[in-house]
Write a protein that binds this ligand. Structure first.
Ligand code: PHE
Length: 347
């Protein structure tokens, strides 16, 4: 056998063998340069043909060209195969299992205080009460003075007060200062227009603050909803009827209600208001708010003539109502941002 044939056959065989083991594009390019490039092994061999005797040249040239075409064809095929492999690998990576169940979006829910506030304001809104809000950082004048709680009066001890700037600026300890603010604003406006002071019906939801140790029934921050009605000829019967209807709205039509005497400096007489219904704490009497007829001094200080007008007022804690309605035993759950607590009310 001629040397050239061995060389050409050897190169072709070796080339094909190496090629079949190649699996990445860089190695493939190195292989191409090594065999088929301008300085590649096969190109070299073809060049060497010129040194062969003339009669052998055609056969050797033919064999070398065959080998070259065979390697080129094998290269093209290998390239195609690798491309296909890469493509199916990509497809596999991007594969999407459309039958997999989706992740449900996390839905928020209303805070229990918000739920109760909405029920309260909806009820009083239906009776024609306006919803108004007031400042949480409040003047001592409105938080106490205008509510018939003079400085150095022992009644101030009832409201464990946090002072922002003593003695004039406090964190309001209740929403009652809005009684004075609303009456004062309305009576002044009316006076400026030489009109009689108008009737008032407002409810005031909002945050209050007290300097108190936390426990299952006390928070240093909590909500209240104040109610105030002022008009000609309002009586205690109006207060009782209003609150009884409110209790039915919140706790159902078979709720029983009870008034007892209580003391708040800004009402006279003052009462506490309790409910009893079989579905809440086995029908025990539970106090849900303080109320009373607006004290004549409070009316007068805010510009309403107590000889012409009467009023009633009430103040309740929505957290307490939520606790009774939803069977919550610890008020600290409301504002500690524990989702295990809050999620129970997500609807
Ligand atoms: N402000 C009183 C409190 O915080 C509640 C109240 C409001 C009582 C209105 C009577 C009238 O305890």
């Amino acid at each position: 056998m001629h040397d050239w044939r061995r060389t050409v056959d050897g190169l072709r065989e070796q080339g094909l063998r190496e090629l079949s083991a190649i699996s990445d594009p860089q190695a493939l390019e190195r292989w191409r340069v090594g065999y088929l490039g301008r300085r590649g092994a096969l190109t070299d061999a073809l060049r060497g043909l010129s040194r062969l005797p003339a009669e052998e040249r055609p056969a050797a040239g033919q064999a070398a060209n065959d080998a070259k075409r065979a390697l080129e064809a094998a290269l093209a095929e290998r390239e195609g195969a690798l491309r296909e492999q890469a493509l199916s690998r990509d497809l596999e990576e991007e594969r999407l299992d459309v039958t997999m169940p989706g992740r449900p979006p996390a839905r928020g829910g209303l805070h229990p205080t918000t739920l109760i506030l909405r029920q309260i304001t909806a009820f009083f809104g239906g009776l024609g009460y306006q919803v108004v809000e007031g400042p949480e950082v409040e003047l001592e004048k409105y938080n106490f003075e205008m509510l018939n709680i003079p400085r150095d009066h022992p009644a101030r001890d009832m409201f464990d007060t946090m002072y922002v700037r003593p003695p004039e600026v406090v964190l309001r300890t209740h929403t009652s200062p809005m009684q004075a603010r609303v009456m004062e604003a309305r009576s002044e406006e009316a006076r400026a227009q030489h009109l009689p002071a108008p009737p008032v019906r407002v409810v005031v939801p909002g945050r209050c603050y007290r300097y108190e140790a936390q426990d299952a029934t006390h928070e240093w921050m909590f909500y209240q909803v104040e109610g105030l009605a002022v008009d000609v000829g309002l009586t205690m019967a109006d207060l009782k009827g209003t609150l009884a209807a409110f209790a039915r709205h919140m706790f159902g039509s078979d709720v029983k209600t009870r008034f007892r005497c209580d003391y708040f400096p800004f009402v006279e007489p003052g009462v506490d208001f309790s409910i009893s219904t079989p579905s809440v704490r086995g029908g025990a009497w539970l106090e849900i708010l303080g109320a009373g007829m607006v004290h004549p001094r409070v009316l007068r200080m805010a510009g309403y003539d107590p000889d012409a007008y009467n009023g009633f007022a009430f103040g309740m804690g929505p957290e307490r109502i939520a606790m009774l309605k939803y069977g919550i035993s610890d008020i600290r759950g409301f504002y500690s941002n524990d989702l295990r607590f809050l999620e129970q009310f997500a609807s």
